[in-house]
Design a protein around this ligand. Structure first.
Ligand code: BG6
Length: 497
């Protein structure tokens, strides 16, 4: 199968930080279909060779194991081409069209990795140049819109020129092996399904924490914030994967239909829940791994009195038969204590305790997404026998007919160790899926709109809120209000208890 992959924004950050390394890994693994071209598109004046040299230089920033050797790069470089284009100019699309039509590849992928403001015009121009034929697939990066109205406007334009099956909306979390495993855990095993409901589960915690700050993206981030950057997409997609009903099969629409139902069932916000169930924070100066780091407002590109949130914690509920009343806590932020993404399922305690159990100990399933990829099942077992240490045996026996003292133990599955180098990274998988035309791991427009609909009241509330975001020192787990929020339900974040 021949393919042409056109990379709009071909010299941009995303292209050399994520896409080229992923395409190279696919090439190294032999999974990139033979007979392909990767065509970088940007305004720069570069020959094919100069583009190859540019990409090669950028691999110095990639982790060592993923950098190409000389001869490997030579093979990969043969796929790389460059077209100088101003993506606002129709004439430039005509030249691109000529290049593509001369080859007439089986599949043409247009990866729109430009500034988000250009998405719609790029799609319109692609169509105007006659490049939206059935062999064309268009990949749109997040953020797709700034709110519900702008997201709808993009989707409407895209719908006018492309069919839904041609549009691949990326949420790279769906491509992570650990997130695939979440689907495998739920729908490839029967073990947990009977337990996966309100009768057995007390609460669910989704944490995506980063120790990095806003890096060089201060200006973008200041206009975006954690709710739009992480919650509206990555965190809600994880919530869907946990909360959805088993799909009838593994086809894209069967999966996306079920995710959509979860988003539709999210309990709408009220004035009261907006005040009590959402915490926004912003990092101040602090220490990460022993190194002093500046506060958010001191970052390059950030306004000196910025109100943008770098942390969000919220409490959601899925109002349906399976989940009614079970709190789903979501928490994400920059410059937190660690880079850590995990989902914690806290099961209900035994209905009646006959053994002595450490306070707060419950069965817990921890789905580690990153940096560790694995599963932990926390159980209670007979701990070391304390009888000989007891000073007052008779009193003890009166208090408790059994000498059993339960202690927490855990089963630990490490998928990195088990599958190691055979695992495929998120962007590598997603790019191969686009080339092969598989939509399962991409977000449909209605899902995306529904997610925007749900977060929009929070954005509106903050717009009118006179309180500043709550400060937290870099290197901590966020503002104390996030702990207070969960404590009101009688629970605590998993690292606190
Ligand atoms: C991106 C956000 O979508 O995800 C970034 O724009 C964030 O701000 C990144 O850092 C996190 O991705 P990962 O894969 O490193 O967890």
């Amino acid at each position: 199968m021949s393919f042409d992959l056109v990379l709009f924004g071909g010299t941009g950050d995303l292209a050399w930080r994520k896409l080229m390394p992923a395409l190279f890994q696919a090439f190294r693994h032999g999974s990139l279909p033979a007979g392909g071209r990767i065509i970088g598109v940007a305004r720069d004046d570069l020959s094919d060779d100069a583009y190859r040299a540019f990409i090669k230089g950028r691999f110095d920033d990639v982790e060592l194991a993923k950098r190409p050797h000389e001869d490997e790069f030579a093979g990969f470089a043969a796929l790389l081409h460059f077209v100088r284009m101003d993506v606002t100019q129709a004439a430039d699309y005509a030249r691109l069209a000529e290049l593509l039509k001369a080859r007439n590849a089986d599949t043409v992928v247009m990866y729109v990795a430009t500034a988000p403001g250009l998405f719609t015009s790029v799609c319109e121009q692609i169509a105007a140049a006659g490049l939206n034929g059935p062999q064309t697939r268009v990949v749109l990066e997040k953020p797709l819109g700034h709110d519900l109205a702008s997201n709808r406007a993009i989707n409407e334009t895209v719908r006018r020129v492309l069919t839904e099956k041609q549009v691949f909306r990326i949420d790279h979390y769906l491509g992570k092996p650990s997130v695939q495993n979440l689907f495998a855990l739920r729908f490839g095993n029967a073990l947990f399904e009977p337990l996966w409901r309100r009768e057995n589960i007390a609460n669910i915690q989704i944490t995506i924490s980063e120790d990095l700050g806003v890096e060089k993206r201060g200006a973008f981030y200041d206009h975006t914030g954690a709710l739009r950057d992480m919650v509206q997409n990555h965190a809600l997609q994880l919530l869907c994967a946990i909360g959805m009903e088993p799909p009838i099969n593994a086809h894209a629409d069967a999966i996306r239909d079920e995710k959509l139902k979860v988003l539709r069932a999210l309990k709408p916000w009220t004035v009261e829940t907006l005040q009590q169930h959402v915490v926004r924070g912003q990092y101040s100066a602090g220490t990460i791994n022993g190194v002093a780091v500046p506060g958010y407002r001191q970052e390059t590109g950030v306004a000196p009195h910025s109100q943008t949130e770098t942390f969000v914690a919220l409490r959601a509920e899925i109002a349906n038969w399976r989940w009614a009343g079970v709190p789903f806590y979501i928490r994400t932020g920059k410059r937190l204590a660690a880079r850590d993404a995990r989902i914690v399922i806290n099961f209900r305690p035994t209905p009646h305790a006959i053994f002595s159990t450490p306070a707060g100990a419950v069965n817990r399933l921890v789905i580690n997404l990153q940096p560790k990829d694995g599963l932990e099942l926390h159980l209670l077992a007979q701990g070391p026998d304390k009888r000989n240490q007891s000073r007052d045996k008779s009193a003890n026996q009166n208090a408790n007919p059994s000498t059993m003292q339960l202690a927490p133990v855990q089963l630990d599955l490490d998928f990195d160790k088990r599958f190691g180098s055979q695992r495929v990274g998120a962007y590598e998988r997603l790019l191969l899926d686009v080339i092969e035309g598989r939509l399962n791991l991409f977000v449909r427009s209605d899902e995306q709109e529904e997610a925007w609909r749900w977060v929009e009241p929070i954005l509106d509330h903050w717009r009118h809120d006179t309180h500043e975001p709550r400060p937290y020192a870099a290197g901590t787990w966020g503002p104390s209000a996030a702990s207070a929020m969960i404590a009101r339900d009688g629970y605590c974040w998993s690292e606190e208890c």
